[in-house]
Design a protein around this ligand. Structure first.
Ligand code: GCB
Length: 598
């Protein structure tokens, strides 16, 4: 009996361990290691046959074992080595025509050679796998992860062998009602190992994580913490910022943790001057360095202040949709093209919708001086009264915060988009807001809410706003709601004296389609909506910025209209071929005027 209980306990414990991911390694690209990007062998498995047996029970002999027939009569019904291949990083939908609409399981396999040095620890780091991933190394299960846009890592020090290793990952991107996001989104469900995979090498005791930013409301106090991992946790560390003449000793406690405050004279990071410093952390057993900018962001009534001065956020929304080709943006060139277009438009701000974008995108925003709104895919009508859904959202949030907390560019964390008003939703989002306040006091919190329309008055009155620093509001006047010519008739009212960002407005247009202003899908129609919206902005109380929807046309299964949409959401200011529409120039002109008025 006690044996059975201990088996049950061990099973429970180990499944719990699998669900509970290891803390992330900060700045994995800044560490030694082996990139596992490139060509991977794949098996397309629409019925999940490599995972479940014919009774739909998990198989002990699944594809993760990479079995080979041992004799001529052996029955093995798969073979990675004779299978097709896909590129990693990259979604599967855009790599093979037959996978364009595929949603389900694909198995990935990568062989690699390794010789371990003594005293070294090894971690597998995945930038992202959409949506669920089970990871196996040399036939042994290493761990699993849920959530398509955030990183995860597992220690594999004792599983990597000298010589040949094989890594197998089952990736499943079936949409699910209890998922975050849920079944229904207005973007393509790009599946696969969409971001880089890397084997990270560290010493026995290493710098697992650090948080280094300016103290809230201070311009010369750097505040932060460092977390070591290993068996030699009490150490004397140095935090060096050579360009600012900073070299500060920091001592960790028994848990390998140290908090610090450092006084220094710093050139502050801003859009006009995106100053980044080389920050080096040197422990007795390890050293890492990062490029970090220092700035403050705060609110003063309805104003947003950057480094103490009011700033109007000239923004645009961006999806992680590759520019000029199909698929998810997944290369630095993709990221650079998107952010360069935003800068051409005159932006100082981007809303990276509707999920955390790839880490290099945030690092590029740091370099280019573009302020960022970053969000988790708590989108539309997820199951707000389900505690497992909450745990899932909270974990994705903590992975986003953990990965990006050192990026000066990020000034706003957003907890949701167009979520329906109600008690369960309010509790859910309040929980996430509390989580951010506890872990990151240096940034502002927002959410893209919906407005209330009473005759000709638009009311900003979502009760969630009580808990936000900055109110985001999406409105589609002139497209889904009212006619463009009605826009000047509308008055605005806010219940709150807090900064407001119009986090979405827009209209669809097929690039190159010209006609009357009143004709849907023409560039003229879209342009008119922009003109009317711009004229209306002065009437909006507390306005601190806008992020119109959206920089480029993007893939969406909800947009089938032939010859116009062809499965693209056409609200982009730039087409998928890179053609700028009329409204691009209208917004650009407005942003130039704003800049010249500063
Ligand atoms: C919205 C959503 C966005 C959609 C957009 C649209 O309100 O937030 O994800 O793509 O409207 O085009 O309808």
């Amino acid at each position: 009996m006690s044996f059975i209980i201990s088996i049950i306990l061990i099973t429970l414990l180990s499944s719990n361990l699998l669900a509970q991911n290891e803390p992330l390694i900060q700045n994995p690209d800044g560490r030694r290691g082996l990139s596992l990007d490139g060509t991977w062998q794949i098996i397309i498995d629409p019925y999940d046959n490599g995972y479940f047996d014919y009774r739909y029970q998990p198989r002990g002999d699944g594809y993760f074992l990479n079995q080979k027939p041992r004799s001529e009569s052996d029955l093995i019904e798969y073979d990675f080595d004779r299978s097709e291949t896909l590129k990693v990083p990259g979604d599967w939908n855009s790599q093979q025509a037959k996978l364009f609409l595929y949603e389900g399981t694909i198995w990935y396999k990568k062989d690699f050679q390794y010789q371990r040095q003594s005293g070294q620890r090894l971690f597998l780091y995945f930038g992202a796998a959409n949506y669920e991933a089970q990871v196996y190394l040399n036939g042994q299960k290493i761990g699993e992860h849920i959530g398509g846009f955030t990183p995860f890592n597992f220690e594999v020090t004792n599983q990597v062998i000298d010589g040949n290793n094989f890594l197998i990952v089952r990736v499943n991107d079936q949409r699910r009602r209890e998922g975050v996001p849920t079944l229904n989104t207005d973007w393509w469900n790009y599946g696969g190992l969409t971001r880089s995979v890397r084997l990270v090498e560290t010493p026995q005791t290493f710098i697992r994580d650090y948080f280094i930013q300016l103290k809230q409301d201070s311009r010369n106090l750097i505040q932060g913490w460092i977390q070591l991992d290993g068996n030699n946790l009490k150490q004397i560390l140095k935090v060096n910022i050579p360009a600012a003449g900073i070299a500060q000793k920091v001592v960790t406690n028994e848990q390998g943790y140290a908090e610090f405050t450092i006084k220094g004279k710093l050139e502050l990071w801003s859009s006009d001057n995106p100053q980044l410093y080389d920050v080096e952390i040197a422990a007795e057993s390890d050293a890492v360095s990062d490029r970090i900018g220092f700035r403050t962001v705060s609110c003063d009534g309805p104003k947003i202040l950057l480094n103490g001065s009011p700033i109007f956020l000239r923004g645009i929304c961006i999806h992680e949709q590759a520019p000029l080709r199909e698929g998810r943006a997944c290369t630095i060139e993709d990221d650079r093209q998107l952010l360069t277009w935003a800068q051409d438009l005159g932006c100082n701000f981007v809303r990276l919708a509707h999920y955390p974008h790839n880490e290099p995108m945030l690092r590029l925003a740091d370099e280019m001086g573009l302020l960022v709104w970053s969000e988790i895919p708590v989108y539309w009508t997820i199951l707000f009264d389900n505690s497992a859904v909450y745990q899932n959202a909270a974990r994705q949030l903590s992975e986003m915060l953990s990965r990006d907390k050192n990026r000066a560019a990020i000034i706003i964390w957003s907890v949701g988009n167009e979520t329906p008003r109600g008690d369960a939703r309010l509790e859910f989002l309040k929980g996430l807001i509390g989580q951010i306040r506890e872990s990151d006091p240096t940034r502002l919190i927002s959410a893209a809410t919906e407005l209330h329309y009473a005759d000709n008055t638009i009311m900003i009155n979502d009760p969630l706003s009580n808990y936000l620093d900055v109110i985001g509001a999406n409105e589609y006047l002139g497209w889904y709601v009212r006619k463009p010519e009605e826009i000047p008739l509308l008055a605005w009212q806010s219940t709150y004296s807090k900064p407001l960002i119009i986090s979405e407005f827009g209209a669809g247009a097929k690039s190159g389609y010209h006609g009357q202003q009143a004709t849907r899908w023409t560039e003229e129609y879209q342009n008119r909506v922009y003109e009317m919206q711009i004229a209306m902005l002065q009437k909006i109380p507390c306005l601190a910025g806008i992020t119109p929807w959206i920089l480029t046309d993007f893939r969406s299964p909800r947009r089938p209209l032939p010859e116009i949409q062809d499965f693209y959401n056409r609200k982009g200011l730039i087409s998928e071929k890179g053609e700028k529409k009329m409204a691009f120039y209208t917004l650009q002109k407005f942003y130039q005027q704003l800049q010249s008025q500063r």
